[in-house]
Design a protein around this ligand. Structure first.
Ligand SMILES: [Zn+2]
Length: 397
Protein backbone atom coordinates (compact mmCIF):
# COMPACT_ATOMS: atom_id res chain seq x y z
CA UNK A 1 0.00 0.00 0.00
CA UNK A 2 1.23 3.55 -0.77
CA UNK A 3 0.00 6.90 0.50
CA UNK A 4 0.74 9.84 -1.81
CA UNK A 5 0.24 13.52 -1.13
CA UNK A 6 1.24 16.79 -2.82
CA UNK A 7 0.43 20.51 -2.61
CA UNK A 8 -2.63 19.88 -4.78
CA UNK A 9 -4.42 16.90 -6.33
CA UNK A 10 -6.38 17.61 -9.53
CA UNK A 11 -8.53 14.51 -9.76
CA UNK A 12 -9.71 15.00 -13.36
CA UNK A 13 -13.33 15.03 -12.12
CA UNK A 14 -13.25 18.76 -11.43
CA UNK A 15 -12.47 18.20 -7.74
CA UNK A 16 -9.25 19.78 -6.45
CA UNK A 17 -7.82 18.70 -3.10
CA UNK A 18 -5.27 20.74 -1.21
CA UNK A 19 -2.72 18.42 0.39
CA UNK A 20 -5.10 15.48 0.01
CA UNK A 21 -3.93 11.86 0.28
CA UNK A 22 -4.36 9.11 -2.29
CA UNK A 23 -4.08 5.57 -0.91
CA UNK A 24 -3.20 2.97 -3.52
CA UNK A 25 -2.33 -0.70 -3.71
CA UNK A 26 1.24 -1.42 -4.80
CA UNK A 27 0.06 -1.99 -8.37
CA UNK A 28 -1.78 1.34 -8.49
CA UNK A 29 -5.46 0.67 -7.73
CA UNK A 30 -6.91 3.56 -5.72
CA UNK A 31 -8.29 2.34 -2.41
CA UNK A 32 -9.17 5.67 -0.84
CA UNK A 33 -8.87 9.42 -1.29
CA UNK A 34 -8.66 11.58 1.82
CA UNK A 35 -9.58 15.26 1.84
CA UNK A 36 -7.44 16.80 4.58
CA UNK A 37 -8.88 20.29 4.02
CA UNK A 38 -5.32 21.43 3.43
CA UNK A 39 -4.22 20.38 6.91
CA UNK A 40 -1.80 17.53 6.44
CA UNK A 41 -0.67 16.56 9.93
CA UNK A 42 2.34 14.36 10.42
CA UNK A 43 1.00 11.13 9.02
CA UNK A 44 3.25 8.13 9.06
CA UNK A 45 4.00 6.53 5.74
CA UNK A 46 2.74 9.43 3.59
CA UNK A 47 5.01 10.29 0.65
CA UNK A 48 4.65 14.07 0.24
CA UNK A 49 5.67 15.68 -3.06
CA UNK A 50 6.16 19.31 -3.92
CA UNK A 51 3.89 20.01 -6.90
CA UNK A 52 0.56 18.86 -8.29
CA UNK A 53 -0.69 15.31 -8.75
CA UNK A 54 -2.92 14.50 -11.74
CA UNK A 55 -4.20 11.24 -13.28
CA UNK A 56 -2.09 9.50 -15.95
CA UNK A 57 -2.42 11.28 -19.30
CA UNK A 58 -4.48 10.06 -22.23
CA UNK A 59 -3.02 10.92 -25.63
CA UNK A 60 -6.04 10.83 -27.93
CA UNK A 61 -4.13 11.17 -31.21
CA UNK A 62 -0.74 9.79 -32.11
CA UNK A 63 0.93 7.84 -34.94
CA UNK A 64 3.79 5.87 -33.38
CA UNK A 65 4.22 4.23 -36.81
CA UNK A 66 5.73 7.53 -38.04
CA UNK A 67 8.29 7.91 -35.24
CA UNK A 68 11.23 7.34 -37.61
CA UNK A 69 10.36 10.70 -39.23
CA UNK A 70 11.46 12.69 -36.17
CA UNK A 71 13.24 15.98 -36.96
CA UNK A 72 13.27 15.33 -40.71
CA UNK A 73 10.67 17.72 -42.14
CA UNK A 74 11.11 21.50 -42.14
CA UNK A 75 8.62 23.38 -39.95
CA UNK A 76 5.79 25.77 -40.88
CA UNK A 77 5.57 24.77 -44.55
CA UNK A 78 1.80 24.17 -44.54
CA UNK A 79 -0.17 20.94 -44.81
CA UNK A 80 0.13 20.24 -48.58
CA UNK A 81 3.97 20.35 -48.45
CA UNK A 82 3.94 18.26 -45.27
CA UNK A 83 1.77 15.58 -46.93
CA UNK A 84 4.16 15.41 -49.88
CA UNK A 85 7.09 14.89 -47.48
CA UNK A 86 5.31 12.07 -45.62
CA UNK A 87 4.69 10.22 -48.89
CA UNK A 88 8.30 10.66 -49.91
CA UNK A 89 9.92 9.58 -46.64
CA UNK A 90 7.48 7.30 -44.82
CA UNK A 91 8.66 3.99 -46.28
CA UNK A 92 11.71 2.66 -44.55
CA UNK A 93 13.02 -0.74 -43.53
CA UNK A 94 10.48 -2.31 -41.20
CA UNK A 95 13.06 -3.03 -38.49
CA UNK A 96 13.99 0.64 -38.28
CA UNK A 97 10.31 1.68 -38.11
CA UNK A 98 9.70 -0.79 -35.27
CA UNK A 99 12.84 0.29 -33.40
CA UNK A 100 11.82 3.98 -33.50
CA UNK A 101 8.21 3.15 -32.60
CA UNK A 102 9.46 1.22 -29.55
CA UNK A 103 11.46 4.27 -28.47
CA UNK A 104 8.33 6.41 -28.92
CA UNK A 105 6.31 3.99 -26.78
CA UNK A 106 8.92 4.25 -23.98
CA UNK A 107 8.95 8.05 -24.32
CA UNK A 108 5.16 8.20 -23.97
CA UNK A 109 5.29 6.01 -20.85
CA UNK A 110 8.08 8.08 -19.33
CA UNK A 111 6.05 11.25 -20.03
CA UNK A 112 3.15 9.95 -17.94
CA UNK A 113 0.87 8.65 -20.71
CA UNK A 114 -1.25 5.62 -19.78
CA UNK A 115 -3.49 5.35 -22.85
CA UNK A 116 -3.18 6.29 -26.53
CA UNK A 117 -5.53 6.55 -29.50
CA UNK A 118 -3.00 5.54 -32.13
CA UNK A 119 -3.36 5.71 -35.89
CA UNK A 120 -1.98 2.80 -37.93
CA UNK A 121 -1.87 2.52 -41.71
CA UNK A 122 -0.04 -0.82 -41.53
CA UNK A 123 0.36 -3.74 -39.12
CA UNK A 124 4.00 -2.86 -38.30
CA UNK A 125 3.48 -1.71 -34.70
CA UNK A 126 0.75 -4.12 -33.53
CA UNK A 127 3.10 -6.54 -31.78
CA UNK A 128 4.88 -3.82 -29.82
CA UNK A 129 1.57 -2.22 -28.85
CA UNK A 130 0.35 -5.56 -27.52
CA UNK A 131 3.51 -5.84 -25.37
CA UNK A 132 3.41 -2.24 -24.12
CA UNK A 133 2.59 -1.03 -20.59
CA UNK A 134 0.42 1.60 -22.31
CA UNK A 135 -3.17 0.77 -23.29
CA UNK A 136 -3.66 1.42 -27.01
CA UNK A 137 -6.81 1.84 -29.04
CA UNK A 138 -5.70 1.43 -32.65
CA UNK A 139 -7.43 3.48 -35.32
CA UNK A 140 -6.76 1.60 -38.56
CA UNK A 141 -6.77 4.44 -41.01
CA UNK A 142 -7.88 4.13 -44.62
CA UNK A 143 -6.90 6.39 -47.50
CA UNK A 144 -8.22 6.61 -51.05
CA UNK A 145 -9.75 9.65 -52.70
CA UNK A 146 -10.49 7.72 -55.88
CA UNK A 147 -13.62 5.55 -55.53
CA UNK A 148 -11.84 2.84 -57.52
CA UNK A 149 -9.49 2.32 -54.57
CA UNK A 150 -12.27 1.80 -52.03
CA UNK A 151 -12.50 -1.99 -52.15
CA UNK A 152 -8.73 -2.54 -51.93
CA UNK A 153 -8.25 0.07 -49.17
CA UNK A 154 -11.03 -1.41 -47.05
CA UNK A 155 -9.77 -4.96 -47.67
CA UNK A 156 -6.32 -4.04 -46.32
CA UNK A 157 -7.86 -2.24 -43.34
CA UNK A 158 -10.00 -5.30 -42.55
CA UNK A 159 -6.92 -7.53 -42.70
CA UNK A 160 -5.15 -5.21 -40.22
CA UNK A 161 -8.26 -5.07 -38.03
CA UNK A 162 -8.41 -8.88 -37.75
CA UNK A 163 -4.71 -9.02 -36.98
CA UNK A 164 -4.76 -6.36 -34.25
CA UNK A 165 -7.84 -7.92 -32.65
CA UNK A 166 -6.16 -11.34 -32.60
CA UNK A 167 -3.50 -9.74 -30.35
CA UNK A 168 -6.22 -8.65 -27.93
CA UNK A 169 -6.06 -4.93 -28.77
CA UNK A 170 -9.12 -2.73 -29.23
CA UNK A 171 -9.40 -1.20 -32.69
CA UNK A 172 -11.62 0.44 -35.28
CA UNK A 173 -11.42 1.21 -38.99
CA UNK A 174 -11.51 4.95 -39.70
CA UNK A 175 -11.16 7.46 -42.54
CA UNK A 176 -8.01 9.61 -42.76
CA UNK A 177 -9.62 12.92 -43.74
CA UNK A 178 -12.23 14.44 -46.07
CA UNK A 179 -9.55 15.08 -48.71
CA UNK A 180 -8.29 11.50 -48.80
CA UNK A 181 -11.52 9.52 -48.77
CA UNK A 182 -14.26 8.64 -51.27
CA UNK A 183 -17.96 8.26 -50.59
CA UNK A 184 -17.66 4.57 -51.56
CA UNK A 185 -14.93 3.98 -48.95
CA UNK A 186 -16.76 5.97 -46.27
CA UNK A 187 -19.87 3.86 -46.83
CA UNK A 188 -17.88 0.67 -46.21
CA UNK A 189 -16.30 2.20 -43.08
CA UNK A 190 -19.68 3.38 -41.79
CA UNK A 191 -21.41 0.04 -42.30
CA UNK A 192 -18.58 -1.74 -40.47
CA UNK A 193 -18.50 0.90 -37.71
CA UNK A 194 -22.22 0.48 -37.02
CA UNK A 195 -21.90 -3.32 -36.81
CA UNK A 196 -18.90 -3.04 -34.44
CA UNK A 197 -20.10 0.01 -32.41
CA UNK A 198 -16.67 1.45 -33.30
CA UNK A 199 -15.08 4.68 -32.16
CA UNK A 200 -14.46 6.78 -35.28
CA UNK A 201 -11.71 9.33 -35.80
CA UNK A 202 -10.90 11.68 -38.66
CA UNK A 203 -8.36 14.46 -39.30
CA UNK A 204 -10.50 17.53 -39.90
CA UNK A 205 -10.09 21.22 -40.74
CA UNK A 206 -6.29 21.11 -40.43
CA UNK A 207 -5.92 23.74 -43.16
CA UNK A 208 -8.16 26.01 -45.23
CA UNK A 209 -7.15 24.23 -48.45
CA UNK A 210 -9.44 21.31 -47.49
CA UNK A 211 -12.43 23.59 -47.99
CA UNK A 212 -11.07 24.88 -51.31
CA UNK A 213 -11.10 21.30 -52.63
CA UNK A 214 -14.80 20.80 -51.83
CA UNK A 215 -16.02 24.35 -52.42
CA UNK A 216 -14.41 25.07 -55.76
CA UNK A 217 -12.31 22.04 -56.74
CA UNK A 218 -9.17 24.14 -56.70
CA UNK A 219 -6.17 24.88 -54.48
CA UNK A 220 -3.12 23.22 -52.98
CA UNK A 221 -4.83 19.99 -51.89
CA UNK A 222 -6.09 19.54 -55.46
CA UNK A 223 -2.53 19.96 -56.69
CA UNK A 224 -1.34 17.44 -54.07
CA UNK A 225 -3.90 14.87 -55.26
CA UNK A 226 -3.20 15.31 -58.95
CA UNK A 227 0.55 15.95 -58.91
CA UNK A 228 1.90 13.96 -55.93
CA UNK A 229 -0.62 11.12 -55.96
CA UNK A 230 -1.39 11.17 -59.72
CA UNK A 231 -5.14 10.86 -59.11
CA UNK A 232 -7.40 11.63 -62.08
CA UNK A 233 -10.02 13.95 -60.58
CA UNK A 234 -12.44 13.97 -63.51
CA UNK A 235 -14.90 11.91 -61.40
CA UNK A 236 -14.92 14.53 -58.61
CA UNK A 237 -17.65 17.18 -58.45
CA UNK A 238 -17.09 19.94 -55.86
CA UNK A 239 -20.01 20.17 -53.43
CA UNK A 240 -19.85 23.94 -52.96
CA UNK A 241 -19.77 23.23 -49.19
CA UNK A 242 -16.95 22.97 -46.65
CA UNK A 243 -14.99 19.69 -46.45
CA UNK A 244 -16.54 18.84 -43.10
CA UNK A 245 -20.10 19.59 -44.29
CA UNK A 246 -19.48 17.54 -47.42
CA UNK A 247 -18.57 14.31 -45.64
CA UNK A 248 -20.07 14.35 -42.15
CA UNK A 249 -23.44 13.07 -43.34
CA UNK A 250 -21.70 9.89 -44.48
CA UNK A 251 -20.50 9.09 -40.95
CA UNK A 252 -22.96 7.26 -38.67
CA UNK A 253 -24.44 9.51 -35.99
CA UNK A 254 -24.71 6.66 -33.46
CA UNK A 255 -20.91 6.16 -33.25
CA UNK A 256 -18.47 8.21 -31.22
CA UNK A 257 -16.38 10.51 -33.41
CA UNK A 258 -13.03 12.15 -32.68
CA UNK A 259 -12.37 15.13 -34.96
CA UNK A 260 -8.64 15.82 -34.94
CA UNK A 261 -6.95 19.26 -35.29
CA UNK A 262 -9.91 21.64 -35.92
CA UNK A 263 -7.63 24.58 -36.72
CA UNK A 264 -10.17 26.20 -39.05
CA UNK A 265 -13.26 25.21 -37.05
CA UNK A 266 -15.56 28.18 -36.47
CA UNK A 267 -19.01 28.76 -34.95
CA UNK A 268 -20.74 27.83 -38.21
CA UNK A 269 -19.02 24.42 -38.19
CA UNK A 270 -19.90 23.83 -34.54
CA UNK A 271 -23.56 24.71 -35.21
CA UNK A 272 -23.51 22.41 -38.20
CA UNK A 273 -22.10 19.47 -36.20
CA UNK A 274 -24.60 20.10 -33.41
CA UNK A 275 -27.45 19.97 -35.95
CA UNK A 276 -26.12 16.93 -37.84
CA UNK A 277 -24.97 14.73 -34.97
CA UNK A 278 -24.85 14.94 -31.17
CA UNK A 279 -22.08 17.08 -29.70
CA UNK A 280 -22.12 14.61 -26.79
CA UNK A 281 -20.73 11.95 -29.12
CA UNK A 282 -18.19 14.23 -30.80
CA UNK A 283 -14.76 14.95 -29.33
CA UNK A 284 -12.50 17.73 -30.60
CA UNK A 285 -8.90 16.55 -30.36
CA UNK A 286 -6.32 19.34 -30.18
CA UNK A 287 -2.68 18.76 -31.15
CA UNK A 288 -1.33 22.31 -30.70
CA UNK A 289 2.39 21.57 -31.06
CA UNK A 290 1.78 19.74 -34.34
CA UNK A 291 -0.39 22.64 -35.54
CA UNK A 292 2.42 25.10 -34.81
CA UNK A 293 4.91 22.77 -36.51
CA UNK A 294 2.94 22.38 -39.75
CA UNK A 295 0.59 25.35 -40.12
CA UNK A 296 1.97 27.77 -37.51
CA UNK A 297 -1.59 28.32 -36.29
CA UNK A 298 -3.73 27.20 -33.37
CA UNK A 299 -7.45 26.40 -33.16
CA UNK A 300 -9.85 28.93 -31.60
CA UNK A 301 -9.83 27.14 -28.25
CA UNK A 302 -11.78 29.89 -26.46
CA UNK A 303 -14.60 29.40 -28.97
CA UNK A 304 -14.63 25.67 -28.20
CA UNK A 305 -14.83 26.42 -24.48
CA UNK A 306 -17.67 28.85 -25.04
CA UNK A 307 -19.57 26.10 -26.84
CA UNK A 308 -18.74 23.61 -24.04
CA UNK A 309 -17.27 21.15 -26.54
CA UNK A 310 -15.67 17.92 -25.41
CA UNK A 311 -11.98 18.63 -25.86
CA UNK A 312 -9.13 16.15 -25.61
CA UNK A 313 -5.44 16.36 -26.37
CA UNK A 314 -3.08 14.54 -28.71
CA UNK A 315 0.56 14.80 -29.65
CA UNK A 316 0.19 13.72 -33.30
CA UNK A 317 3.35 12.01 -34.61
CA UNK A 318 7.06 12.71 -34.35
CA UNK A 319 6.98 13.73 -38.02
CA UNK A 320 5.26 16.96 -36.89
CA UNK A 321 6.29 17.25 -33.24
CA UNK A 322 9.61 17.25 -31.41
CA UNK A 323 8.29 15.27 -28.44
CA UNK A 324 5.46 12.94 -27.52
CA UNK A 325 4.47 14.77 -24.36
CA UNK A 326 0.92 15.59 -23.34
CA UNK A 327 2.34 17.98 -20.72
CA UNK A 328 4.06 19.95 -23.49
CA UNK A 329 0.72 20.26 -25.33
CA UNK A 330 -0.84 21.54 -22.08
CA UNK A 331 1.99 24.05 -21.68
CA UNK A 332 1.49 25.33 -25.23
CA UNK A 333 -2.21 25.85 -24.55
CA UNK A 334 -1.54 27.54 -21.20
CA UNK A 335 1.03 29.93 -22.70
CA UNK A 336 -1.19 30.96 -25.65
CA UNK A 337 -4.45 31.01 -23.65
CA UNK A 338 -3.43 32.04 -20.10
CA UNK A 339 -7.05 32.60 -19.02
CA UNK A 340 -7.91 28.90 -19.31
CA UNK A 341 -7.85 27.37 -15.80
CA UNK A 342 -5.24 24.64 -15.35
CA UNK A 343 -7.90 22.28 -13.94
CA UNK A 344 -9.84 22.46 -17.20
CA UNK A 345 -6.75 21.58 -19.27
CA UNK A 346 -6.15 18.62 -16.91
CA UNK A 347 -9.65 17.30 -17.72
CA UNK A 348 -8.87 17.56 -21.47
CA UNK A 349 -5.60 15.66 -20.93
CA UNK A 350 -7.11 12.88 -18.82
CA UNK A 351 -10.85 12.26 -18.37
CA UNK A 352 -12.10 13.38 -21.78
CA UNK A 353 -9.60 11.25 -23.68
CA UNK A 354 -10.38 8.23 -21.50
CA UNK A 355 -14.10 8.65 -22.20
CA UNK A 356 -13.53 9.11 -25.94
CA UNK A 357 -11.42 5.93 -26.09
CA UNK A 358 -13.82 4.01 -23.79
CA UNK A 359 -11.15 3.49 -21.15
CA UNK A 360 -12.88 5.50 -18.42
CA UNK A 361 -13.64 2.38 -16.39
CA UNK A 362 -9.99 2.45 -15.19
CA UNK A 363 -8.30 5.58 -16.56
CA UNK A 364 -8.76 9.35 -16.72
CA UNK A 365 -9.73 10.27 -13.15
CA UNK A 366 -8.46 9.80 -9.62
CA UNK A 367 -11.39 7.89 -8.14
CA UNK A 368 -11.76 4.88 -5.85
CA UNK A 369 -11.45 1.55 -7.67
CA UNK A 370 -9.67 3.01 -10.72
CA UNK A 371 -6.05 2.44 -11.75
CA UNK A 372 -5.37 5.66 -13.68
CA UNK A 373 -1.64 6.09 -12.99
CA UNK A 374 -0.52 9.11 -10.96
CA UNK A 375 1.64 11.88 -12.41
CA UNK A 376 3.43 14.59 -10.46
CA UNK A 377 3.82 17.96 -12.16
CA UNK A 378 6.65 20.04 -10.74
CA UNK A 379 7.87 23.53 -11.59
CA UNK A 380 4.35 25.02 -11.60
CA UNK A 381 3.36 28.45 -10.37
CA UNK A 382 1.61 27.10 -7.29
CA UNK A 383 0.24 30.46 -6.27
CA UNK A 384 -1.71 31.02 -9.48
CA UNK A 385 -1.92 27.31 -10.37
CA UNK A 386 -0.46 27.78 -13.82
CA UNK A 387 1.97 25.77 -15.87
CA UNK A 388 5.29 27.39 -16.64
CA UNK A 389 7.87 26.67 -19.33
CA UNK A 390 10.01 24.79 -16.80
CA UNK A 391 7.13 22.54 -15.61
CA UNK A 392 7.96 18.84 -15.76
CA UNK A 393 6.07 15.58 -15.32
CA UNK A 394 7.21 12.58 -13.29
CA UNK A 395 5.31 9.32 -13.19
CA UNK A 396 4.75 8.33 -9.53
CA UNK A 397 2.89 5.10 -10.24
ZN1 LIG B 1 -2.53 12.79 -37.27
Amino acid sequence: MRKLSAHYIFTGTGIILKKGIIILTDDGVIVDIIDTNGELDELSGVEFYSGVMVPGFVNAHCHIELSHLRDIFPEKTGLPVFLKNVIQYRNLEENKVIEEARKADSELWKNGVVAVGDISNTDTTFQLKSESKIAYHTFIETLGFSPQRAERAFGWAKHCFDEVQSLGLSASIVPHSPYSISKALLEMISEFAISQHSILSMHSQECSEEDALYCSGDGEIVRHLTENLAIDLTFFKPTGKSALESVIDWLPIENKLLLVHNICTGQKDIDFIAKTRSLNKTWFVLCPDSNLYIEDRLPDIELFRKNKLLICLGTDSLSSNHKLSVLDEMKTIQSHFPAIPFGEIVIWATRNGAEALEMDDWAGTIEKGKKPGINLITGMDLQHLQLQSQSKVKRLI
